[in-house]
Design a protein around this ligand. Structure first.
Ligand SMILES: Cc1ncc(COP(=O)(O)O)c(C=O)c1O
Length: 463
């Protein structure tokens, strides 16, 4: 397959789509209501301890709106943890899923053939950076996409080490965990099984690990890979790949400074080390580009995607240089790779992103949301930093001291107060909140969310 030039696709709807008139947050019973509370109790009794955050139990969703099991209407700034870029229950995605489910739900795409997965693979080849021949492998999650990318890199280079960033998140399977390092809870008791992973400090300008200032720092946070790590603890000739998110997501929505990607890539190129760009959270239009690495001006060797690719169904992919492909069958595969219904949802999702101009929307609505957050920051010194790209934004909450000590308790209270008032938000990093609404959100809906956030912050501060 060659990297053909993107074909022009018809554009049918211009953004933003109108909010159904009169749609606003409506908290009819205090959250959690009686039904939600019962579900939470039951869940706590029978479900494994995972990563539950807020007592929100949903019944349905449309666009940026969720209805919970007690009839409350909630405004969603999470996109179901970065999945619903096209909004909840997008009619085009629902239609594609219904149609495919009625015809054939599954036929083991890694073992047999069908056309739709070729079409989706072609779309991803077109959309990912790099005008070279590529190959695609479909997965069912972000973790599996990273796992596959790591295996491809290690197989091809026969090198045992992978390097990631402190603060990076790439999934929790044993392979992906070798590069995940955003919280000790993710690695505790597993570290010994997650071998061959090394990490360098993240390029986190707000809290520069070297107490330097950009740009006079001369990108020391990139150069340190060569000047310190490759001189001491990491033999570069043993490194298969370097893995980084274009915006460090779970680790706090940290955007690497301009030039960092180029500096890292040129060090990697000197040593034949592959660059894996983990777009699981930032990709598919979220930052105002198809893939967020386009903001950084480098061409990765492998790109991982998932989350929003399936428009709500489990679907991921790794897209990589053709020459990295396995040379015999069986080194990697998966029964549900390229599941027919997920692929149909994926194709419909990419169409919606394109035809409804959701990439422009991410940029434009993102600019509005950022401006509103910066306004809040001016009034509330607890907001130490506003950062992100497009509609992938976060605020870091800090204490009123010279070191900007992370205000973890306050951040958690703000989230709880937001949820009580009908705005669903997620934490990230040590003391940040991320704002990642579906890309179909309107400015008016953003304003409603900001009003709730401000009320929540005021209540959280009062204690
Ligand atoms: C950048 C990144 N990579 C990988 C993953 C793992 O994805 P999943 O939870 O779908 O396995 C995540 C999940 O948040 C992520 O943000």
């Amino acid at each position: 397959m060659s990297a053909a030039k993107p074909k022009p696709r018809p554009s049918v709807v211009s953004r933003p789509a109108p909010t159904p008139a009169g749609t606003h947050v409506e908290v009819r019973v205090p959250i959690p209501g009686p039904r939600a509370a019962e579900i939470v109790r039951e869940d706590t009794r029978i479900m494994m301890t995972g990563t539950k955050i807020s007592p929100v139990a949903v019944a349905s969703g449309k666009g940026v709106w969720l209805t919970d099991v007690d009839g409350n209407r909630l405004l969603d700034f999470t996109s179901g943890v970065g999945v619903l870029n096209v909004g909840y229950s997008h009619p085009k995605v629902v239609e594609a899923v219904r149609e495919q489910a009625g015809k054939l739900m599954h036929f083991a795409g890694a073992d047999y053939y069908y056309e739709s997965q070729n079409r989706l693979a072609e779309r991803l080849i077109e959309l990912t950076p790099g005008a070279f021949e590529k190959r695609v492998f479909f997965t069912n999650s972000g973790t599996e996409s990273v796992e596959a990318a790591l295996k491809i890199a290690k197989w091809q280079t026969s090198r045992p080490i992978v390097v990631g960033l402190l603060g990076g998140f790439h999934g929790r399977s044993m392979g992906a965990l070798t590069v995940t390092a955003s919280k000790p809870s993710q690695r505790r008791r597993f570290d010994a099984f997650a071998g061959g992973g090394h990490h360098i400090p993240a390029p986190y300008c707000y809290r520069c690990p070297y107490q330097l200032e950009y740009p006079s720092c001369d990108l020391y946070c990139a150069k340190i890979l060569k000047e310190l790590y490759f001189e001491t603890s990491i033999p570069p000739e043993d490194v298969a790949a370097f893995v980084a998110e274009p915006v460090i997501g779970e680790g706090g929505y940290v955007v690497p400074p301009k030039g960092w990607h180029q500096a890292i890539k040129s060090i990697l190129d000197e040593h034949g080390i592959l660059f894996i760009d983990d777009e699981v959270q930032a990709g598919i239009g979220r930052t105002g580009k198809w893939f967020a690495v386009e903001h950084h001006g480098i061409i990765p060797d492998l790109v991982t995607t998932a989350k929003s690719l399936g428009g709500g169904l489990p679907l991921g992919a790794v897209v990589f240089r053709r020459e990295l492909d396995f040379t015999y069958p069986g080194a990697h595969s998966s029964t549900f790779s390229g599941n027919l219904v997920s692929v149909a949802a994926g194709l419909a999702t990419l169409d919606v992103v394109e035809r409804e101009h959701l990439i422009d929307a991410a940029r434009d609505r993102g600019a509005h949301l950022r401006a509103r957050l910066v306004e809040l920051q001016r009034r509330h010194p607890e907001i130490g930093d506003v950062r992100g790209l497009g509609l992938m934004l976060a605020t870091e909450f800090v204490q009123a001291d010279a070191r900007h000590t992370p205000a973890v308790v306050l951040r958690d209270r703000v989230i709880a107060e937001c949820v009580k008032r009908g705005l669903v938000v997620l934490p990230c990093g040590k003391s940040s909140i991320r704002y990642i609404p579906p890309l179909v959100i309107t400015d008016a809906e953003i304003d409603e969310g900001i009003g709730i956030l401000e009320a929540a912050l005021t209540a959280a501060r009062a204690g």
